[in-house]
Design a protein around this ligand. Structure first.
Ligand code: A2P
Length: 268
């Protein structure tokens, strides 16, 4: 009998599926994103996260990542920082189309519209990779059903870190979402460490009232506004103080409020 080479069968550890990387995009030397296949059984709501990562020396090495892609999209997309000595991202940044990644079977998280009182203006405030969950929410028609207006405020250090800027600006022409986006979505990118049309931290822009004035909106208030936060520990803490000072109350699963928070998880 002839020797037939056996394919190496990879198996996913319990609670994960092995998916195939489809595309990789490097935004800067600190930031990249990738798409991968999605098992049809993987269900999630816009704004949620899952555990994702790689098999390393026969063991799963995973971190929490928010889905960038909207729930209706066939594939999954994730946005990540690159840290030279980070246990996961030092490896993950080298993935190529055809490589396999681990995706947790269960999605969860607090940045979902159900956790906020409906109506008013929804502020999506993200710094750095904290943009990720808002990319999903901004492309989910349900977000626009629940709120009168949506402001997507993304703050980064440098212009090159404004990931997905063209995609977001192009949503106005999107075949299915265009009308909702033109009616309700405002994209407000801001940069803190070089010149740009909008400059400064989101905390400063809200505190001074500058962003509301520019957008023709009333001062931030729990009577008219809902806020989702996704940034560094420091950004979330400063925003929390600002919001609570104005009477906003934190929402959670089964307890809707006027703001919700999630850490932009992966820092290593
Ligand atoms: P800054 O350049 O003034 O530090 P990072 O890349 O460090 O995660 O930062 C992403 C963005 O978040 C940067 O524009 C940074 O501004 C901003 N940022 C950092 N800390 C805070 C904070 N406490 N409140 C608001 N924005 C912050």
């Amino acid at each position: 009998t002839q020797d037939i080479a056996q394919p190496v069968l990879e198996t996913a550890p319990p609670g994960f599926t092995l998916e195939t990387v489809l595309t990789v995009h490097h935004w800067t030397d600190r930031l990249f994103s990738f798409t991968c296949t999605r098992t049809p059984q993987f269900r999630f709501g816009a704004g949620q996260f899952a555990m994702i990562g790689l098999m390393v020396e026969g063991k799963p090495l995973v971190r929490a990542y928010s889905m960038v892609s909207p729930p209706w999209e066939e594939h999954l997309e994730f946005l990540s920082i690159k840290v030279q000595h980070g246990p996961l991202t030092s490896r993950l940044q080298h993935i190529k189309p055809g490589d396999r990644v681990l995706i947790g079977r269960k999605a969860t998280g607090t940045l979902v519209p159900e956790n906020l009182a409906p109506g008013g203006t929804l502020w999506l405030c993200g710094t750095g990779t904290g943009l990720a969950p808002f990319m999903s929410l901004a492309r989910d028609p349900e977000t626009y059903d629940r709120f009168d207006r949506v402001v997507l405020a993304h703050t980064v250090r440098q212009v090159a870190e404004l990931a997905y800027r063209e995609l977001i600006e192009g949503l106005r022409e999107h075949e299915l979402l265009g009308e909702l986006v033109r009616e309700k979505l405002t994209y407000y990118p801001s940069v803190t460490r070089e010149p740009f049309i909008h400059q400064g931290r989101i905390t400063t822009l809200l505190e001074s009232g500058q962003i509301c004035r520019e957008l023709g909106l009333p001062p931030l208030s729990p009577a008219t506004d809902r806020v989702m936060l996704c940034g560094s520990e420091a950004m979330n803490a400063d925003m929390r103080t600002l919001l609570e000072g104005r009477g906003f109350e934190e929402g959670a699963n089964n307890k809707p409020g006027t703001y919700v928070v999630e850490k932009a998880f992966v820092t290593k």
